[in-house]
Design a protein around this ligand. Structure first.
Ligand code: PCA
Length: 211
């Protein structure tokens, strides 16, 4: 009798955010949607959209974790102004919003979790991911700040509630898409990466996470 594959019925949870800040699209959700249902080895990618709302995002993540019982979790977000795919190193216990979230909330110096630890490190093999992406000629670097907006909140919440030494979980910020940069029409232009490159980058990150 053959031994059952322990991951045969497992999944990887991949989250992206709804658009925010007046943008009609968010690369993180475009990428998550593009990869939905793909297999990484024998593990299926389950994509879930999170609201860009402080009062709702952690709960939406929590519901997905309970419903899907994933093997691993990767959360994605948009970081306008960045030119590379940036795995985040650390989530910090503060919410300080430069702009209102999609429900109009703009917390200032509030903790993500009252009395929680100051910070959590990523549960991803960051250096391995970085080298792998660069080998695939994908522009990438490790970021040492996920900001203090909803992305950092979700990343902190993920590590606080689900992160464990033997689990792979973390956050990756993505540049804008070329159509966003064109629409913004700033001088100099907002850096961007085509969707196909971003999708390839996240697929490769998930492959590294699965090994
Ligand atoms: N980026 C924002 C929140 C949602 C998103 O995609 C951030 O960096 O916090």
């Amino acid at each position: 009798m053959s031994v059952a594959d322990p991951f045969a019925r497992g999944c990887i949870l991949l989250t992206g955010f709804e658009p925010f800040g007046g943008e009609p699209i968010n690369p993180s959700w475009e990428v998550a949607q593009s990869l939905a249902g793909e297999m990484i080895g024998s593990v299926r990618i389950e994509s879930v959209q999170l609201p860009c709302v402080f009062a709702q995002a952690p709960q939406a993540l929590q519901e997905a974790l309970i419903q899907l019982s994933p093997q691993a979790v990767l959360c994605l977000g948009q970081a306008e102004g960045r030119s590379e795919v940036t795995p985040e190193r650390v989530a910090i216990n503060v919410m300080q919003a430069r702009i209102p979230d999609n429900a109009g909330a703009q917390p200032q110096e509030e903790p993500v979790v009252s009395n929680g630890p100051t910070a959590y490190f990523s549960g991803l093999p960051l250096t391995r991911i970085l080298h792998h992406l660069r080998e695939q000629t994908i522009p990438a670097s490790i970021s040492n700040t996920a900001g203090t907006f909803v992305c950092n909140q979700v990343f902190y919440w993920l590590q606080h509630t689900w992160g464990r030494a033997d689990r792979r979980s973390g956050f990756v910020h993505l540049p804008c898409l070329p159509e966003q940069a064109a629409r913004m029409a700033t001088t100099p232009a907002c850096p961007s990466l085509p969707l196909a490159v971003q999708v390839r980058a996240v697929r490769e990150i998930l492959r590294v996470m699965a090994t």
